[in-house]
Design a binder for this molecule. Structure first.
Ligand code: OGA
Ligand code: ZN
Ligand code: ZN
Length: 365
């Protein structure tokens, strides 16, 4: 039998599942924390059953006499001291950090027709995005704007000043180096936005130019290496807000965020790294020196060939990746050649939700 001795009364009461405390139609709480008695105490505890017959413990509360019935299974899983609480899926704790040799046996990929028809294939592909940071869909129809349909298989397109989608090809008067044949070193997109687009899709329509190979780096793995190799540099990069900026004729965007974002427990949660859009830092001279030394160290680490997964997109490939974790890159290509990708942004909350519902449906079968 589960003991309630470890449970702070206010926590236990806040989790009362009764119909007065939670709307049975949606599970949402019906009371404010301020409406609970200030000096709550567990009055009596009895063995009980839930309405569907599962073993439970009933608490009679002092001073108000309220009654709460907690399933034993819920208590076993949630009382303080129970096995570690799952995270929200976004920090390093919930990821498999990788170096490229992880994919010696092949990239995480799925065939478009299986992806769209088989929920298990779709779930495995979405799981790869959460766990490894990316998946490569193959055999996606080579059709203008189809990247938007890919995004809609798991979530919602994030429209930006670049439009619903962006064309990655050589342009006259480019407002971004991406729209030239230049090499692009590992970076995350749009760090000058807050919130940043958390997912990116790149759909290859043509890749006939010499060059233009793709690269991915696991930014969480790289940051974890920096933490181990140069703890002071890591610490500075988690602490110093960097002014990221983007401006063109119609747009002026700015976000001040550190290169390495951590959660309140200090776990890696978000990488923002883009040498093209770092503005002018305004800090005391000593801190500027320390920041630049740390920034350079992290940049050197991100350029290590042994951290970079190299591959080449072919027409019909669509790469989906976590823009808060992976850095993407491409080699230079001949501007005379034909290379055309269509990109779009989306968000990871939608993908996570789609996967959770797919899993719920699979377990209900
Ligand atoms: C971009 C980009 C990669 C590529 O457009 O942001 O990184 O392969 N493009 O062209
Ligand atoms: Zn209640
Ligand atoms: Zn990019």
């Amino acid at each position: 039998m589960v003991s309630l001795a470890s449970a702070p009364p206010v926590w236990l009461r806040d989790n009362c599942p009764c119909a007065d405390c939670r709307d049975p139609r949606n599970g949402q709480k019906l009371f404010q924390i301020t409406e609970l008695p200030g000096a709550l105490a567990v009055g009596a505890v009895h063995d009980a059953r839930t309405p569907d017959g599962a073993p439970a413990r009933e608490v009679v509360w002092a001073p108000d006499g309220h009654r709460s019935v907690y399933p034993e299974a819920w208590l076993g899983a949630h009382l303080p001291g129970a096995p570690a609480a799952p995270g929200d899926g976004r920090t390093e704790d919930d990821k498999e950090l990788w170096a490229p040799d992880r994919f010696a046996g092949g990239l995480p990929e799925a065939d478009w027709s299986a992806y769209t028809t088989d929920p298990a294939v779709r779930a495995a592909a979405l799981d790869s995005v959460l766990r490894l940071g990316f998946v490569l869909l193959r055999g996606v129809p080579v059709r203008d704007r189809h990247v938007l349909d890919v995004a809609r298989t798991f979530g919602y397109v994030r429209e930006t000043n670049y439009g619903e989608l962006f064309e990655v090809r050589v342009e006259a008067g480019p407002n971004n180096l991406a729209f030239t044949g230049a090499r692009i070193t590992p970076h995350t997109d749009n760090p000058y936005r807050d919130p940043v687009p958390t997912l990116q899709l790149l759909h290859c329509l043509t890749n006939a130019a010499r060059g233009g190979d793709s690269g991915l780096v696991d930014g969480f793995h790289a940051a974890a290496l920096l933490r181990a190799e140069s703890p002071e540099a890591y610490e500075i990069l988690t602490r110093v807000p960097v002014p990221f900026v983007f401006a063109d004729e119609h747009t002026e965007l700015r976000a001040h965020r550190p290169l390495i974002g951590t959660d309140p427990a200090g776990r890696l949660r978000e990488i923002r790294f883009n040498n093209r859009s770092i503005g002018t830092l305004r800090l005391p001279a000593g801190l500027l020196d320390a920041f630049y030394a740390a920034y350079r160290r992290f940049a050197e680490l991100l350029l290590r060939p042994e951290l970079r997964l190299d591959f080449r997109l072919a027409p019909g490939d669509c790469l989906i990746f976590d823009n808060t974790r992976l850095l993407h890159a491409r080699t230079a290509f001949a501007e005379s050649g034909d290379r055309h990708l269509q990109g779009a942004y989306a968000d990871i909350d939608g993908l996570t939700s789609t996967l959770a519902v797919l899993r719920r449906e699979a377990s209900a079968k």
